[in-house]
Design a protein around this ligand. Structure first.
Ligand code: PMV
Length: 366
Protein backbone atom coordinates (compact mmCIF):
# COMPACT_ATOMS: atom_id res chain seq x y z
CA UNK A 1 0.00 0.00 0.00
CA UNK A 2 1.30 3.39 -0.96
CA UNK A 3 1.03 6.44 1.29
CA UNK A 4 -0.73 9.49 -0.06
CA UNK A 5 -0.03 12.67 1.87
CA UNK A 6 -1.63 14.96 -0.70
CA UNK A 7 -3.85 17.36 1.25
CA UNK A 8 -5.45 20.43 -0.29
CA UNK A 9 -6.95 21.31 3.12
CA UNK A 10 -3.59 22.28 4.55
CA UNK A 11 -4.07 25.98 3.85
CA UNK A 12 -4.17 28.89 6.29
CA UNK A 13 -7.34 30.92 6.80
CA UNK A 14 -7.21 34.39 5.34
CA UNK A 15 -7.47 35.79 8.86
CA UNK A 16 -4.41 33.84 10.11
CA UNK A 17 -1.18 35.81 10.32
CA UNK A 18 1.17 33.37 11.94
CA UNK A 19 4.75 34.28 12.69
CA UNK A 20 7.29 32.19 14.56
CA UNK A 21 10.00 29.56 14.21
CA UNK A 22 10.79 25.90 14.79
CA UNK A 23 14.21 24.35 15.30
CA UNK A 24 15.37 20.75 14.94
CA UNK A 25 18.76 19.18 15.37
CA UNK A 26 19.12 16.03 13.28
CA UNK A 27 22.04 13.65 12.88
CA UNK A 28 23.86 12.27 9.89
CA UNK A 29 23.85 8.50 9.40
CA UNK A 30 26.21 5.84 8.10
CA UNK A 31 24.73 3.06 5.97
CA UNK A 32 25.86 -0.44 6.94
CA UNK A 33 23.99 -2.10 4.05
CA UNK A 34 24.21 0.57 1.37
CA UNK A 35 21.52 2.17 -0.75
CA UNK A 36 22.92 2.65 -4.24
CA UNK A 37 20.46 2.84 -7.10
CA UNK A 38 17.03 4.47 -7.16
CA UNK A 39 13.95 4.80 -9.37
CA UNK A 40 10.71 6.78 -9.57
CA UNK A 41 10.39 9.53 -7.02
CA UNK A 42 13.34 8.74 -4.77
CA UNK A 43 12.51 5.07 -4.31
CA UNK A 44 15.37 2.71 -3.46
CA UNK A 45 16.36 -0.21 -5.67
CA UNK A 46 17.33 -2.16 -2.55
CA UNK A 47 16.77 -2.06 1.21
CA UNK A 48 19.39 -0.43 3.44
CA UNK A 49 20.12 -0.09 7.14
CA UNK A 50 22.17 2.56 8.87
CA UNK A 51 23.73 3.70 12.10
CA UNK A 52 22.37 7.02 13.35
CA UNK A 53 25.27 9.25 14.33
CA UNK A 54 25.46 11.65 17.23
CA UNK A 55 28.21 14.25 16.96
CA UNK A 56 27.76 14.88 13.22
CA UNK A 57 24.46 16.73 12.98
CA UNK A 58 22.70 19.72 11.45
CA UNK A 59 20.67 22.30 13.34
CA UNK A 60 17.98 23.97 11.24
CA UNK A 61 15.70 26.81 12.26
CA UNK A 62 12.73 27.55 10.05
CA UNK A 63 11.24 31.04 10.56
CA UNK A 64 7.86 31.70 9.03
CA UNK A 65 5.58 34.66 8.57
CA UNK A 66 2.49 35.28 6.49
CA UNK A 67 3.35 36.57 3.03
CA UNK A 68 1.90 39.92 2.10
CA UNK A 69 0.76 38.60 -1.22
CA UNK A 70 0.59 35.01 -2.27
CA UNK A 71 1.68 34.76 -5.83
CA UNK A 72 1.69 31.81 -8.11
CA UNK A 73 5.47 31.97 -8.40
CA UNK A 74 5.90 29.40 -5.68
CA UNK A 75 7.95 29.46 -2.53
CA UNK A 76 9.33 32.62 -0.92
CA UNK A 77 12.58 31.65 0.78
CA UNK A 78 15.81 33.06 2.21
CA UNK A 79 18.42 30.58 3.33
CA UNK A 80 21.54 31.13 5.39
CA UNK A 81 24.07 28.34 5.81
CA UNK A 82 26.42 28.90 8.77
CA UNK A 83 25.44 32.55 8.89
CA UNK A 84 25.92 33.43 5.23
CA UNK A 85 23.59 33.27 2.22
CA UNK A 86 23.99 30.02 0.27
CA UNK A 87 22.34 30.49 -3.16
CA UNK A 88 22.93 26.99 -4.57
CA UNK A 89 21.65 25.28 -1.42
CA UNK A 90 18.71 27.74 -1.29
CA UNK A 91 17.77 26.86 -4.86
CA UNK A 92 17.80 23.14 -4.08
CA UNK A 93 15.60 23.68 -1.03
CA UNK A 94 13.23 25.98 -2.94
CA UNK A 95 12.75 23.35 -5.64
CA UNK A 96 12.17 20.70 -3.00
CA UNK A 97 9.56 22.82 -1.17
CA UNK A 98 7.81 23.49 -4.46
CA UNK A 99 7.81 19.77 -5.22
CA UNK A 100 5.83 19.09 -2.02
CA UNK A 101 3.27 21.83 -2.74
CA UNK A 102 0.45 19.28 -2.95
CA UNK A 103 1.36 17.93 0.50
CA UNK A 104 1.85 21.32 2.15
CA UNK A 105 0.02 23.96 0.08
CA UNK A 106 0.34 26.40 3.04
CA UNK A 107 4.05 26.80 2.36
CA UNK A 108 3.19 29.13 -0.53
CA UNK A 109 1.30 31.39 1.87
CA UNK A 110 4.38 32.01 4.00
CA UNK A 111 7.70 33.72 3.70
CA UNK A 112 10.31 31.26 4.99
CA UNK A 113 13.78 31.98 6.32
CA UNK A 114 15.99 28.98 7.01
CA UNK A 115 19.15 29.06 9.13
CA UNK A 116 21.12 25.86 8.92
CA UNK A 117 24.43 24.87 10.48
CA UNK A 118 26.46 21.71 10.73
CA UNK A 119 28.33 20.53 13.81
CA UNK A 120 31.13 19.14 11.67
CA UNK A 121 33.71 21.26 9.89
CA UNK A 122 32.43 22.75 6.66
CA UNK A 123 34.91 20.94 4.45
CA UNK A 124 35.33 17.70 6.37
CA UNK A 125 34.08 15.65 3.45
CA UNK A 126 31.14 14.38 5.52
CA UNK A 127 27.94 14.19 3.51
CA UNK A 128 25.51 16.61 5.08
CA UNK A 129 22.38 15.95 3.04
CA UNK A 130 21.06 13.28 5.43
CA UNK A 131 21.30 15.53 8.48
CA UNK A 132 20.20 18.75 6.79
CA UNK A 133 17.26 17.30 4.86
CA UNK A 134 15.97 15.33 7.84
CA UNK A 135 16.22 18.45 10.04
CA UNK A 136 14.20 20.40 7.46
CA UNK A 137 11.57 17.64 7.12
CA UNK A 138 11.16 17.55 10.91
CA UNK A 139 10.69 21.35 10.95
CA UNK A 140 7.98 20.99 8.28
CA UNK A 141 6.14 18.33 10.31
CA UNK A 142 6.32 20.61 13.38
CA UNK A 143 4.74 23.37 11.31
CA UNK A 144 1.97 21.04 10.20
CA UNK A 145 1.32 20.00 13.80
CA UNK A 146 1.33 23.63 14.93
CA UNK A 147 -1.04 24.94 12.26
CA UNK A 148 -3.42 22.02 11.86
CA UNK A 149 -3.24 20.14 15.16
CA UNK A 150 -2.34 16.95 13.35
CA UNK A 151 0.51 14.42 13.77
CA UNK A 152 -0.09 14.17 17.52
CA UNK A 153 1.06 10.58 17.51
CA UNK A 154 4.86 10.25 17.65
CA UNK A 155 5.01 7.37 15.20
CA UNK A 156 2.81 9.17 12.71
CA UNK A 157 4.97 12.27 13.07
CA UNK A 158 8.25 10.42 12.46
CA UNK A 159 6.85 8.36 9.57
CA UNK A 160 5.80 11.53 7.79
CA UNK A 161 9.13 13.25 8.59
CA UNK A 162 10.98 10.23 7.19
CA UNK A 163 8.80 10.24 4.05
CA UNK A 164 9.38 13.97 3.48
CA UNK A 165 13.12 13.62 4.18
CA UNK A 166 13.30 10.83 1.60
CA UNK A 167 11.83 13.08 -1.06
CA UNK A 168 14.69 15.53 -0.42
CA UNK A 169 17.52 12.96 -0.10
CA UNK A 170 17.00 9.21 0.08
CA UNK A 171 19.44 8.47 2.89
CA UNK A 172 17.90 11.31 4.98
CA UNK A 173 14.82 9.09 5.48
CA UNK A 174 16.89 6.99 7.92
CA UNK A 175 18.11 9.89 10.09
CA UNK A 176 14.88 10.40 12.02
CA UNK A 177 15.33 7.35 14.28
CA UNK A 178 17.75 6.58 17.10
CA UNK A 179 20.58 4.02 16.87
CA UNK A 180 19.66 2.14 13.70
CA UNK A 181 17.09 2.56 10.99
CA UNK A 182 16.05 0.58 7.92
CA UNK A 183 14.64 1.90 4.67
CA UNK A 184 13.30 -0.19 1.80
CA UNK A 185 10.94 -3.14 1.81
CA UNK A 186 12.45 -6.28 3.31
CA UNK A 187 10.63 -9.45 4.34
CA UNK A 188 12.51 -9.72 7.65
CA UNK A 189 11.51 -6.24 8.87
CA UNK A 190 7.81 -5.91 9.47
CA UNK A 191 6.35 -2.58 8.41
CA UNK A 192 9.38 -1.76 6.25
CA UNK A 193 8.68 0.37 3.20
CA UNK A 194 10.31 1.93 0.17
CA UNK A 195 8.58 5.20 1.04
CA UNK A 196 9.90 5.80 4.54
CA UNK A 197 12.34 4.35 7.03
CA UNK A 198 11.42 2.43 10.18
CA UNK A 199 13.35 2.25 13.45
CA UNK A 200 15.51 -0.80 14.05
CA UNK A 201 15.91 -0.30 17.77
CA UNK A 202 13.91 -2.77 19.85
CA UNK A 203 15.60 -5.84 18.43
CA UNK A 204 19.06 -4.28 18.53
CA UNK A 205 21.62 -5.82 20.89
CA UNK A 206 22.67 -3.26 23.54
CA UNK A 207 26.32 -3.38 22.43
CA UNK A 208 25.32 -1.77 19.11
CA UNK A 209 23.45 1.05 20.86
CA UNK A 210 26.72 2.29 22.31
CA UNK A 211 28.78 1.64 19.16
CA UNK A 212 31.63 4.08 18.51
CA UNK A 213 32.34 5.53 15.10
CA UNK A 214 35.64 7.34 14.57
CA UNK A 215 35.53 9.29 11.31
CA UNK A 216 39.01 9.56 9.86
CA UNK A 217 39.28 12.46 7.44
CA UNK A 218 41.48 11.44 4.54
CA UNK A 219 40.44 14.27 2.26
CA UNK A 220 38.05 17.14 2.82
CA UNK A 221 37.73 17.91 -0.90
CA UNK A 222 34.37 17.64 -2.62
CA UNK A 223 33.34 14.30 -4.07
CA UNK A 224 34.24 13.41 -7.64
CA UNK A 225 30.78 11.92 -8.13
CA UNK A 226 27.57 13.25 -6.63
CA UNK A 227 25.32 10.62 -5.14
CA UNK A 228 22.58 11.44 -7.65
CA UNK A 229 25.04 10.75 -10.49
CA UNK A 230 26.07 7.55 -8.69
CA UNK A 231 22.48 6.32 -8.41
CA UNK A 232 22.04 7.12 -12.09
CA UNK A 233 25.06 5.00 -13.04
CA UNK A 234 23.37 1.97 -11.51
CA UNK A 235 20.60 2.14 -14.12
CA UNK A 236 22.98 0.83 -16.77
CA UNK A 237 25.42 -0.99 -14.51
CA UNK A 238 26.26 -4.53 -15.62
CA UNK A 239 26.20 -5.78 -12.01
CA UNK A 240 23.05 -3.92 -10.92
CA UNK A 241 20.59 -6.85 -10.82
CA UNK A 242 22.99 -9.05 -8.82
CA UNK A 243 23.79 -6.18 -6.48
CA UNK A 244 20.16 -5.55 -5.58
CA UNK A 245 19.68 -9.25 -4.76
CA UNK A 246 22.88 -9.24 -2.72
CA UNK A 247 21.76 -6.24 -0.66
CA UNK A 248 18.54 -8.03 0.34
CA UNK A 249 20.49 -11.17 1.27
CA UNK A 250 22.95 -9.17 3.32
CA UNK A 251 20.08 -7.59 5.26
CA UNK A 252 18.90 -11.11 6.09
CA UNK A 253 22.37 -12.07 7.30
CA UNK A 254 22.96 -8.85 9.20
CA UNK A 255 19.73 -8.66 11.21
CA UNK A 256 20.43 -11.75 13.38
CA UNK A 257 23.96 -10.43 13.99
CA UNK A 258 22.50 -7.12 15.17
CA UNK A 259 20.10 -8.96 17.46
CA UNK A 260 22.67 -11.27 19.02
CA UNK A 261 25.58 -8.85 19.36
CA UNK A 262 27.63 -10.78 16.78
CA UNK A 263 30.33 -8.18 16.04
CA UNK A 264 32.31 -10.58 13.92
CA UNK A 265 29.52 -11.08 11.37
CA UNK A 266 28.50 -7.42 11.63
CA UNK A 267 32.08 -6.43 10.80
CA UNK A 268 32.39 -8.81 7.84
CA UNK A 269 29.20 -7.50 6.28
CA UNK A 270 30.02 -3.86 7.05
CA UNK A 271 33.45 -3.99 5.41
CA UNK A 272 32.21 -5.95 2.44
CA UNK A 273 29.35 -3.50 1.86
CA UNK A 274 31.75 -0.54 1.94
CA UNK A 275 34.07 -2.17 -0.57
CA UNK A 276 31.14 -3.32 -2.72
CA UNK A 277 29.91 0.28 -2.99
CA UNK A 278 33.35 1.37 -4.19
CA UNK A 279 33.69 -1.65 -6.47
CA UNK A 280 30.38 -0.70 -8.11
CA UNK A 281 31.70 2.80 -8.71
CA UNK A 282 34.99 1.51 -10.08
CA UNK A 283 33.17 -0.82 -12.48
CA UNK A 284 30.63 1.72 -13.71
CA UNK A 285 30.82 3.63 -16.96
CA UNK A 286 32.27 6.21 -16.53
CA UNK A 287 34.19 4.76 -13.63
CA UNK A 288 35.06 6.47 -10.35
CA UNK A 289 37.86 5.81 -7.93
CA UNK A 290 37.01 7.67 -4.73
CA UNK A 291 39.46 6.06 -2.34
CA UNK A 292 42.86 7.69 -1.89
CA UNK A 293 46.14 5.88 -1.16
CA UNK A 294 45.67 6.85 2.51
CA UNK A 295 42.23 5.16 2.55
CA UNK A 296 43.91 1.87 1.62
CA UNK A 297 46.74 2.47 4.07
CA UNK A 298 44.20 2.93 6.87
CA UNK A 299 42.21 -0.16 5.83
CA UNK A 300 45.44 -2.19 5.98
CA UNK A 301 46.34 -0.77 9.38
CA UNK A 302 42.88 -1.58 10.81
CA UNK A 303 42.89 -5.13 9.46
CA UNK A 304 46.42 -5.79 10.77
CA UNK A 305 45.56 -4.41 14.20
CA UNK A 306 42.47 -6.61 14.28
CA UNK A 307 44.43 -9.69 13.28
CA UNK A 308 47.13 -8.96 15.90
CA UNK A 309 44.85 -8.15 18.83
CA UNK A 310 41.62 -9.98 18.06
CA UNK A 311 39.72 -6.77 18.93
CA UNK A 312 36.44 -6.12 17.09
CA UNK A 313 37.29 -3.05 15.02
CA UNK A 314 35.96 -2.61 11.48
CA UNK A 315 35.82 0.05 8.79
CA UNK A 316 33.15 1.45 6.53
CA UNK A 317 33.20 4.05 3.76
CA UNK A 318 30.66 6.44 2.32
CA UNK A 319 30.86 7.61 -1.30
CA UNK A 320 34.23 9.24 -0.59
CA UNK A 321 37.74 8.55 0.71
CA UNK A 322 37.13 9.01 4.47
CA UNK A 323 37.03 6.03 6.79
CA UNK A 324 34.42 5.30 9.43
CA UNK A 325 35.92 3.05 12.10
CA UNK A 326 33.34 1.07 14.10
CA UNK A 327 33.96 -0.61 17.45
CA UNK A 328 32.23 -1.43 20.75
CA UNK A 329 32.32 1.14 23.50
CA UNK A 330 33.96 -1.34 25.90
CA UNK A 331 37.13 -1.48 23.77
CA UNK A 332 37.27 2.25 23.04
CA UNK A 333 40.42 2.99 25.11
CA UNK A 334 42.63 0.38 23.41
CA UNK A 335 41.27 1.04 19.95
CA UNK A 336 41.54 4.80 20.23
CA UNK A 337 45.17 4.51 21.42
CA UNK A 338 45.85 2.54 18.24
CA UNK A 339 43.99 5.12 16.14
CA UNK A 340 45.97 7.98 17.73
CA UNK A 341 49.27 6.22 17.14
CA UNK A 342 48.79 4.73 13.68
CA UNK A 343 45.80 6.25 11.94
CA UNK A 344 45.37 9.89 12.93
CA UNK A 345 48.86 10.80 11.60
CA UNK A 346 47.67 9.56 8.18
CA UNK A 347 44.58 11.83 8.25
CA UNK A 348 44.48 15.17 6.47
CA UNK A 349 45.80 17.71 9.00
CA UNK A 350 45.39 14.99 11.66
CA UNK A 351 41.60 15.57 11.66
CA UNK A 352 39.19 12.95 12.95
CA UNK A 353 35.76 13.08 14.56
CA UNK A 354 34.87 10.92 17.57
CA UNK A 355 31.29 9.96 16.81
CA UNK A 356 29.00 7.21 18.11
CA UNK A 357 25.52 5.73 17.84
CA UNK A 358 23.09 8.54 18.58
CA UNK A 359 19.66 8.96 20.08
CA UNK A 360 18.14 10.59 17.01
CA UNK A 361 16.82 14.08 16.29
CA UNK A 362 15.74 16.56 18.94
CA UNK A 363 13.42 19.50 18.67
CA UNK A 364 15.11 22.53 20.22
CA UNK A 365 12.55 24.53 22.13
CA UNK A 366 13.27 28.17 22.94
O1 PMV B 1 20.87 9.91 -0.09
P1 PMV B 1 21.80 10.00 -1.22
O2 PMV B 1 21.08 10.15 -2.52
O3 PMV B 1 22.84 11.06 -0.97
O4 PMV B 1 22.58 8.61 -1.37
C1 PMV B 1 23.41 8.12 -0.36
C2 PMV B 1 24.14 6.92 -0.80
C3 PMV B 1 25.19 6.38 0.16
O5 PMV B 1 25.50 7.31 1.18
C4 PMV B 1 26.45 6.06 -0.60
C5 PMV B 1 24.71 5.08 0.80
C6 PMV B 1 23.62 5.19 1.83
O6 PMV B 1 22.83 4.26 1.92
O7 PMV B 1 23.57 6.20 2.57
Amino acid sequence: MSLDYTNQKFVLDTSDHPQGSVTWRSPSNLAIVKYWGKHGRQLPRNPSISLTLDTAHTTTTLHYQRREQVSSDGISLDLMFEGVPAPAFAERIRRYLESIGNIYPFLRQLHLTIHSENSFPHSSGIASSASSMSALALCLCSLERHFFDSLADEQEFLTKASYLARLASGSAARSVYPFMSAWGRHGDISGSSDEFAVPYTDALHPSFKTMRNAILIVSSGTKAVSSSAGHQLMETHPYAATRYIQAGQRMSQLLPALQHGDWDLFGQITENEALTLHALMMASNPSYLLMKPQSLQLIDAIRSFRADTGLPVYFSLDAGPNLHVLYPDEHADKIESFLEAECIPVCENGVWIADKAGEGPKEILE
